[in-house]
Design a protein around this ligand. Structure first.
Ligand code: NAG
Ligand code: NAG
Ligand code: CU
Length: 374
């Protein structure tokens, strides 16, 4: 298997032509130079995914999934209009204990401006709260989460625990946002495949919300998180640095709806998880770049949660393709080569109670109790 580490390392820092790089304002630490950021290196090119699918007999042609390939990759046959009812509790799924009224995570474009502002303000609320003291050198409550991610990065990346750990991590973030900053709305996710190659012109990266993306590794100086100092990272080290980005549309151009459908056409959990991590997951991190490309400290850029909710939504959709099997079994190994089972623990290092994988396989479980708009 050929990993395009070169692409990851040499990925160009694309600047919007003509845009001046703003000086770092007083009190804002300089960005981590791009070549000092320990980036996500598990990167699988779309061509490699295609090749793997051909080898597995899940052949694709012309970049589009053939319907005949995998029945389970298609929407459930009974949903004949194939539009998912936002409020529907899927009564075909009678397996795990299901909650009666799951929260529906809403796609960014369906999320009102009022919701967007409330959500980003709630994140800033967490960033203004004191750290717990259990995750030094976190400088605020939000950074407790960043530090936790940094602590466990090697356990929960590059192996089959990746999807389940991050599922629970996003849920814990949401739970903290609700309980400590009064956030009482739906959690958003962003349909990145629908924005392939044009992240820079989306409202997400506008001055109203997350701020600019195509700034060549410089500090983010507009939007809700302008001129932020971060205390966690780069990598597994810690020093004060600004929130930075280095948008790279060559990465985000690879992140298409077809690509996600292709990954989700793989019936084997650990193989699907491997390609999910190395393709759309990696392209999103590297495509936003700067802080977000840091494998350890990427939650320092709050865009992380939109991205990982999207990764989780793709996982949930994959599970929905064959719920009887995919909500009730797991395979693959942890970092040490031990097989994952439904009884394996998912750790939050005290931020929230640890859970077993079985508690979080179904997003509609009593524990999690959410679903996705589509
Ligand atoms: C590509 O594949 C799709 C799905 O099978 C098919 O509908 C479409 O006609 C194909 N396009 C070409 C140019 O062959
Ligand atoms: C799933 O894929 C893994 C990795 O390729 C393999 O070891 C395992 O046997 C597969 N499981 C099934 C049920 O095919
Ligand atoms: Cu991660």
């Amino acid at each position: 298997m050929r990993f395009s580490i070169a692409t990851a390392l040499l990925g160009p820092a694309i600047l919007v032509s003509g845009a001046a790089i703003p000086d770092t304002p007083e009190g804002v630490a300089p960005p981590v130079p791009l070549n000092e950021i320990p980036k996500h290196t598990m990167v699988i090119e779309p061509e490699q995914l295609l090749q793997a699918l051909v080898e597995k007999g899940l052949a694709l042609t012309n970049g589009t999934i053939l319907d005949k390939l995998i029945p389970s990759a298609k929407p459930a046959a009974s949903k004949s209009n194939n539009e998912v009812n936002v409020n529907a509790v899927d009564d075909e799924v009678s397996i795990a204990a299901t909650c009666n009224n799951p929260r529906v995570r809403i796609e960014w474009d369906s999320y009102s401006n009022d919701d967007k502002n409330a959500y980003l303000n709630a994140i800033n609320c967490l960033r203004s709260r004191p750290a717990s003291g259990s995750f030094p050198p976190a400088g605020n409550r939000y950074e407790d989460l960043v530090r936790l991610h940094q602590q466990v990065t090697d356990q929960v990346h590059d192996n089959a625990k990746f999807l389940v750990w991050h599922r629970y991590f996003v849920w814990v973030f949401e739970d903290i946002l609700r309980s400590e900053c009064g956030f009482d709305r739906a959690l958003p996710w962003w349909d990145e495949g629908r924005n392939t190659g044009r992240f820079a012109s989306s409202s997400v990266f506008s001055g109203d919300f997350y701020g600019a993306i195509a700034i060549g590794g410089q500090c983010v100086t507009n939007g809700k998180f302008a001129n932020s100092n971060l205390n966690i990272g780069p990598g597994s080290s810690n020093r004060v640095q600004c929130l930075s980005r280095a948008g790279d549309s060559t990465q985000t151009s690879k992140l298409t709806e077809d690509l996600v459908r292709s990954v989700n056409a793989i019936p084997n959990y650990s193989e699907m998880a491997y390609y999910a991590e190395g393709t759309f997951h990696a392209y999103g991190h590297l495509g936003v770049g700067g802080t977000q490309a840091d494998k350890y400290a990427s939650p320092g850029d709050p865009w992380f949660w939109l991205h990982h909710a999207y990764v989780d939504r793709n996982f949930a959709n994959w599970q929905g393709g064959d719920p009887n099997t995919r909500l009730n079994s797991i395979n693959g190994n942890d970092k040490n080569g031990n097989p994952l089972t439904l009884d394996v623990m998912v750790y939050m290092n005290g931020l929230r109670p640890d859970v077993r994988i079985r508690d979080i396989m179904d997003v509609r479980s009593e524990k999690l109790c959410y679903t996705y708009q589509y």
